[in-house]
Every structure is written in structure tokens, then in C-alpha cells.
Design a protein around this ligand. Structure first.
Ligand code: SF4
Length: 373
């Protein structure tokens, strides 16, 4: 069966070109060398072409003007160079930008770029939708659509460079749509593309995989030699509460996730979204501190994004401050993540949900308060 870029079957008679963007650098370079040999071209051209896939990306082979025209035409006949189609872009007053990209099969995914001084952090998606249905998450509410391919995952960063050459990501977080460790084979190739100096060249310590605690995926990530960072979405410090918020806790209970975090050979971060009156009380802080100390974890407290979750409300600033103080008093390194993009739908899954007309957009009113429109 001939496959289309998104993995579906091609119509009979369709000419499907190869997608070099789905291959890790070694494999892509080897494929290019063999193709160049078949076409009587010198092998040094392989590196020349590959450089224009990721490091200095072009939107078509014809734009690689350092190559002879005939070679560009032959490349165009043999290989595709798919782009992600920009469906919507929102820009916040704080510089955060949210992109909604349409894939070849019509699926919509979200990418967020967050500038901060010299840094540009890009939050990327690994799946269209998500099967895990965390109670507070807009992506979970839309259900699972499909896994993304490596070119669709790393391609989000490539696409930002194509849209604006100054958009060079320095940090990557897998905190967009989907659970990255449920799509490990594609995420693993994407990690190589993000990190390899011949591709996007982002330092492994600046690339964070965020997971709810998919244990086989954590083992696979730990086996990679690069120093990729692991963040665990804890969100509830007891089995009982986590069961109610995160159905995945049935398959991968909190105790097992904490065990995996404890033996992970690099320092982990705990992500903890604060839900007003649900998981933000003093007892929760004490429980979370005990878990974090067990794993020597850094704790990131995340204020709930207004409008991001049906049925939940953000904790008040005073409660957030007191929760952070309670952790620090127990010698747990803690940061409260600054809310970015409050005037746009910057929480995971919100923009797609708005686009599909299932949720009201978030707006900022004249005095700067944010609420659902
Ligand atoms: S929080 Fe993450 S894992 Fe949970 S439903 Fe949302 S996207 Fe999926």
C-alpha cells in the first residue's frame, strides 16, 4: 500500500513522493546520497540539500538556488517538501503567538511561541487531539484524532522559521496537544531532528518532554543518550484525587510514576496546574512537597488559564502564593509559571476548540481582566 504523508492510503494511481522531513539526519543523508548517485550527481550535494531542509529551510526545492536548476527539478519530481498550512495566528500583547496549523488531512494542531528576552520557547503538539481526557484540559475534551508524524512535530519549528526567519527557537517544550510518550516512535525521530546540529540544532537540555507518566515512554526516553529533560504532569498529589482528574492514573498510578521519576537519571520537573478549591489546599502542598523531595524534583506551579477548562476556576493569586510558600518551606525548589498569552486562547487545545465552535473565546476587558467572551 502506498501511504500518504499522514499515513492514510493513497488513491489508486497517485504518485506519492518521498518525504525527507520524516527521516532522521543520518537516514535522510543516506537516502539523498543514494538518490544523487542514481542521478549521476556528486555525494557532497547531500549535505547541501539537507541543510536547506531544517537549518536554513526553504519552502520548495526550487528555492535552493545554490543547486543547478535541473537538479532542483529532479528533486521536486522525487521528493515532497510539505508545509503546515497556517489556519489562524493570534498575537498576545505580551508577544506570545499562537498558531493553528492545518495538516494535509485537515486535522488542526496548535503551536505556541513564547518570547522572553533572548529566548524563544516553542510549545509543540505531538498528537491531533488526545485520548487521555484529563478533566481540566480542552485537548482531552476533543478526543484523540491521530498521531503526528516526525515532520509534523519538528515541522512546527521549521514552519515558524519559514514564516519569519527571525523565529529561531531556543527552547522546546512538548506541552501542546497530545501525550508525546503515546507517540514515541515519531517523537523519538522528532527529538533527533530538533537536537541534531545538522537539523534544528537545539540543545538537548533545552528540550523538555512533558508526560502524564507513560512508563514505557519514560524508559525509552531515559535510554536516549542526550540530556533531554523530563517533566511529569502530576496535577494531583494523591492517588484518589488524581483518579478523579486524570483517568490515565488507573493504568499508570501515581506511585509508579513517582518511582520512575525517582530513578530517572536526570533531574525531573513536576508540573502542577492549580485548580481553585480542588488541588490547591495546604494538605495538597504538603503531599506534593513529600513527592517532590522523594524525587528531588523541581516544581512548576501553573495557574489555570482562564477559559481553558470547563468546570474549573483558577486559584486566587493569594492561594497560589501561599501554595508556593508551603513548598519552599519544605525545601522544594518551586517556580510559579507566569501566565502568558492571557488575551489569546493560549492554553493547550483552546484555539482549536474555539475554531471548531465548541467554546467561547477568551477576551481581556478594559481593565485587563480576562474572562470568557
Ligand atoms: S493534559 Fe495532556 S495528556 Fe491530559 S488530556 Fe490534555 S493533552 Fe492529553
Amino acid at each position: 500500500m502506498i501511504a500518504m504523508p499522514d499515513g492514510t492510503a493513497a488513491p489508486p494511481g497517485a504518485v506519492v513522493k518521498e518525504n525527507l522531513l520524516d527521516l532522521d539526519p543520518e537516514t535522510a543523508l543516506a537516502r539523498l546520497r543514494s538518490w544523487l548517485a542514481e542521478h549521476g550527481e556528486p555525494s557532497y550535494r547531500a549535505a547541501q540539500i539537507f541543510r536547506r531542509l531544517w537549518e536554513f529551510p526553504v519552502d520548495s526545492f526550487d528555492a535552493i538556488t545554490e543547486l543547478p536548476k535541473i537538479l532542483r527539478e529532479q528533486l521536486t519530481s522525487s521528493f515532497m517538501l510539505p508545509r503546515l498550512e497556517l489556519a489562524t495566528r493570534q498575537t498576545s500583547t505580551d508577544g506570545t503567538q499562537k498558531f493553528l496549523f492545518r495538516l494535509t488531512d485537515g486535522q488542526l494542531i496548535e503551536t505556541v511561541s513564547i518570547p522572553d528576552g533572548d529566548r524563544l520557547t516553542v510549545c509543540i503538539s505531538s498528537q491531533a487531539g488526545c485520548a487521555l481526557q484529563c478533566a481540566f484540559c480542552a485537548t482531552g475534551a476533543m478526543g484523540f484524532q491521530r498521531n503526528l508524524t516526525p515532520s509534523e512535530i519538528a515541522g512546527q519549528v521549521r514552519e515558524l522559521r519559514l514564516l519569519a526567519s527571525s523565529s529561531v527557537a531556543t527552547n522546546i517544550v512538548f506541552m501542546g496537544m497530545g501525550e508525546p510518550l503515546m507517540n514515541w516512535s515519531a517523537v523519538s525521530v522528532a527529538l533527533t531532528l530538533l537536537n541534531d546540529a545538522r537539523a534544528l540544532g537545539i540543545g538537548a537540555r533545552h528540550i523538555t518532554i512533558s508526560t502524564v507518566g507513560i512508563l514505557p515512554g519514560i524508559v525509552a526516553l531515559a535510554a536516549r543518550p542526550e540530556q533531554f529533560r523530563l517533566a511529569i504532569s502530576v496535577h494531583a498529589p494523591s492517588e484518589a484525587l488524581r483518579h478523579t482528574l486524570m483517568p490515565v492514573n488507573t493504568k499508570y498510578p501515581l506511585a509508579d510514576v513517582i518511582d520512575a521519576a525517582r530513578v530517572f537519571d536526570r533531574r525531573v520537573t513536576f508540573e502542577y496546574v492549580l485548580l481553585g478549591g480542588v488541588n490547591d489546599q495546604a494538605e495538597h502542598a504538603a503531599q506534593l512537597a513529600a513527592l517532590a523531595r522523594e524525587c528531588r524534583a523541581f516544581v512548576n506551579l501553573i495557574p489555570l488559564h482562564p477559559g481553558g477548562s470547563m468546570g474549573f476556576s483558577p486559584s486566587s493569586p493569594a492561594v497560589i502564593a501561599s501554595f508556593a510558600r508551603a513548598l519552599r518551606a519544605r525545601n522544594v525548589e518551586t517556580a510559579v509559571r507566569r501566565s502568558r498569552g492571557l488575551d489569546i486562547a493560549a492554553a493547550c487545545g483552546q484555539l482549536r476548540t474555539e475554531r471548531l465552535g465548541r467554546r467561547l473565546p477568551v477576551v481581556r476587558d478594559e481593565d485587563g481582566h480576562v474572562h470568557e467572551a
